[in-house]
Each structure stands twice: as C-alpha cells, then as structure tokens.
Design a protein around this ligand. Structure first.
Ligand SMILES: [Zn+2]
Length: 257
C-alpha cells in the first residue's frame, strides 16, 4: 500500500493562521460542524444532472487522544496501530469515509502550518492504479471548518477521496474557479466539471458510491469523528486576548474582500 495526501490551504490569512497556531495549543480539542445541506448541494450541482450524490452522515463519534489533537507527523496519519488510519479502520465500515475534526494540522504530507483540511487516500501499489479507497479518510481544522468556508473545505477533501486531483494551483483570485483548487479563500467557488464528475463515477477510481435500493438515489456515507484531549486547558488571559485580536482582524479582512 502507498498513499497520496492532499491538503487545502487557506489563502489570505497566513498571519492569522500563525497567530491561531500560537493560541490553539490551549484549546486542545476538536469539535464537529457538519454543513450537511451545503455539502449535499455541492455534490448535487447542475453538472451532476439527474445522477446527484447524497452525502449521508453517520452519528458523530468522539475519541480522546492527546497525540492526535494536533497532527504534526506522518506517523500520526498513517500508523496502523496509533494513527488516524487505525481509528478510521476501527470506527468506520469499509464504505464509510472517516472525517476527523481536530485542533490543528501542522503536517499534511509535509510541514503544513497553514493547512485547514487534508485527505489521505490509500492506493494499490499494483501498477500505481487506484483500485481501493476503502481506507481513505479526511481530517480538518475544527475551528476553520466551523466558519463560512467549512463546507467548501470538507467537500474538497471528500473529492480527493473520490479520486480527484488538484486543478492548477492558482493563487490568482480570478482563477479560483473550481472545487479542486488547492487554495480556499472567500472568493472560491465549488464548481465541479463534467470531466471531474465522470472521474467520481469511474468505479475503477472510486468504489464508494452506493445506491439506495428503495429509490435508486446514489449516496456516499461519511462518519464525523471529534478528536478530544484528555484534559482541556483553560486559556490564560493573554491567550484569550490574542485570540480576540485574531478574530477581529479576520472579520476585518473578510469585509474588505
Ligand atoms: Zn486538495
């Protein structure tokens, strides 16, 4: 087995992300935000025609694991006994995609201090062809995906699990015109082309789409999992002050866009 890994970066607020990383060590827990309606809309957009894909959410689970609250190494992702891979295998069925919500992502296939979402897609080593994505999973910065770009970020990572790769890395704001742009920002859109949708439906690439026997509706199954810390530290006054500055600054930035 080998795996590929893809991340979503947050384009415009690197200074704030850095500030957030400074204070997030006191938050020490993930929390789940589903964005169910928005994500379903993305996988039912017009280019899907009548073959819309419903995203069905299993009940949220919680896991207490201090090491995995902040992902900062490859082993925390891929270790088969202690990483997210082991949790994914233990907590979800083959056809269900684990979505981990945690405190911070500092590693996603490399050092990634500004990553807000990440997907690990496990592939067969046979001819390098994707033929099995049952072990694949996603993970997210809880705080980021609780915001206005949360649905976009989650849908982007799910799309990686379905076998889609990035469109060219356009940091030009006028070119962020596809869900698979590696950078997410307030002007990003959630478009998927018909070619991308054909890839999602290619069973040699994506084996995760199921059909509801009662009505023929296509669906995929996801399993939200919050990673909790055994002890949640209470932020010190200095940290609260820093966090307040960061959030106000972020609001100001959004308004200017
Ligand atoms: Zn990506």
């Amino acid at each position: 087995m080998r795996f590929t890994i893809c991340k979503t970066l947050f384009a415009k607020f690197f200074s704030i992300i850095t500030l957030w990383a400074m204070v997030s060590s006191t938050a020490s827990a993930g929390f789940v935000t589903l964005h169910e309606t928005e994500i379903n809309d993305i996988f039912s957009q017009a280019n899907f025609g009548s073959d819309t894909i419903e995203v069905r959410f299993n009940a949220t689970q919680e896991v207490t694991d201090d090491d995995l609250v902040i992902i900062d190494s490859e082993s925390e992702i891929t270790d088969s006994s202690s990483g997210l891979l082991s949790l994914s295998n233990a907590l979800t069925s083959d056809l269900s995609i684990a979505m981990f919500y945690l405190d911070d992502i500092l590693f996603c296939g490399g050092s990634s201090p500004s990553a807000v979402g990440c997907a690990a897609r496990f592939t067969s080593s046979i001819n390098g062809v994707f033929d099995n994505n049952y072990d694949s999973f996603t993970f997210f910065d809880s705080t980021f995906v609780s915001g206005s770009l949360g649905a976009h970020t989650i849908a982007h990572e799910l799309a990686h699990v379905f076998g889609l790769t990035h469109v060219p890395n356009d940091t030009d704001t006028t070119a962020r015109d596809n869900l698979l742009n590696p950078v997410v920002a307030s002007d990003s859109v959630t478009t998927l082309t018909t070619d991308q949708i054909n890839t999602i439906f290619d069973t040699s690439i994506n084996a995760l789409i199921q059909t509801d026997s009662s009505n023929g509706q296509l669906f995929i199954e996801v399993s939200p999992i919050a990673i909790l810390a055994s002890v949640t530290a209470v932020p010190e006054p200095t940290s609260i002050w820093l966090l307040s500055i960061g959030m106000l600054f972020m609001v100001g930035k959004f308004r200017r866009l």
